[in-house]
Design a protein around this ligand. Structure first.
Ligand code: 3PY
Length: 251
């Protein structure tokens, strides 16, 4: 099993960030920061499929596993980024066990799943297909994103689906979906997150979450979350630059 999936499954602390800037330079800067992994955000950025392959290539140069958040549930999108060499996929808006099962089928080769065999970058463009087939099911990470009221209600069934490695919580969408927005909704949102964490951990799953800042990683880590996506390259760039400009103006 590859180290990235092993670390996920063993619930070792993993700190990553979303990559939303469509250029390999941003990946190189991110990779040099000490992150354990990164997640190229195909769902919420202008990154194209062609560019994804270049971004994964840049992450590979630095030995940082690069997974991809796909824009939906289609097996074609999932297979496409895995063929490009992604270390795993994050599938958004998974709200039922059937959707989680479909994500497993799209991610894993038979007999675990139904992923089609393609001569992509992951398999040295075709001439290392047998090598890749031998290790892909064991090494690729499948994270499903639970971020709706329906997903919260179905969390026990979603977490019970074999082949899902990480239950990943999207607090932003979840807060909107359960009407727990802003400071007034914090208690309700945290209670929902705790329900997801406890239920997923009880079935042995690893739990992940998006956090916009590092301030409360310790709190959620103590609650059992081990897989963190901390903001994004664009968020870090904006916050750091805004802080620097503000500091410069004070002098
Ligand atoms: C959420 O918080 O809902 C997310 O999708 C984070 O990217």
């Amino acid at each position: 099993m590859g180290n990235f999936r092993k670390n996920c499954i063993e619930k070792n602390l993993l700190i990553g960030t979303f990559a939303a800037i469509p250029h390999p330079v941003a990946i190189e800067v991110t990779a040099a920061s000490g992150v354990d992994f990164l997640c190229i955000d195909w769902e919420h950025s202008q990154i194209s499929r062609e560019r994804i392959e270049d971004l994964i290539r840049a992450a590979d140069v630095h030995g940082v596993p690069a997974m991809v958040r796909v824009p939906g549930h289609t097996p074609e999108a999932i297979a496409s980024v895995l063929d490009a060499g992604a270390a795993g996929v994050l599938v958004p808006r998974v709200s039922t066990a059937a959707q989680a099962k479909a994500a497993v089928l799209a991610t894993r080769y038979p007999p675990m799943g139904e992923r089609g065999v393609g001569p992509g970058r992951a398999a040295a463009y075709g001439y290392r297909i047998p090598d890749y087939l031998a290790k892909a099911n064991a090494e690729l990470v499948l994270a499903v994103q639970v971020e709706t009221a329906e997903g919260l209600a179905n969390i026990a069934d979603i977490a019970a689906v074999d082949g899902v490695d990480v239950i990943f919580i999207g607090p932003g969408d979840l807060s909107v979906s359960i009407n727990a927005i802003g400071p007034a909704g914090t208690e309700k949102l945290n209670a929902a997150i705790e329900t997801i964490v406890k239920t997923a951990l009880a079935t042995g799953r690893t739990v992940g979450i998006f956090r916009p800042s590092p301030n409360d990683i310790g709190t959620w880590s103590a609650a059992g979350i081990s897989f963190f996506l901390l903001a994004s390259d664009t968020m870090f760039l904006g916050a750091s630059l805004a802080g620097g400009v503000a500091q410069a103006r004070q002098q």
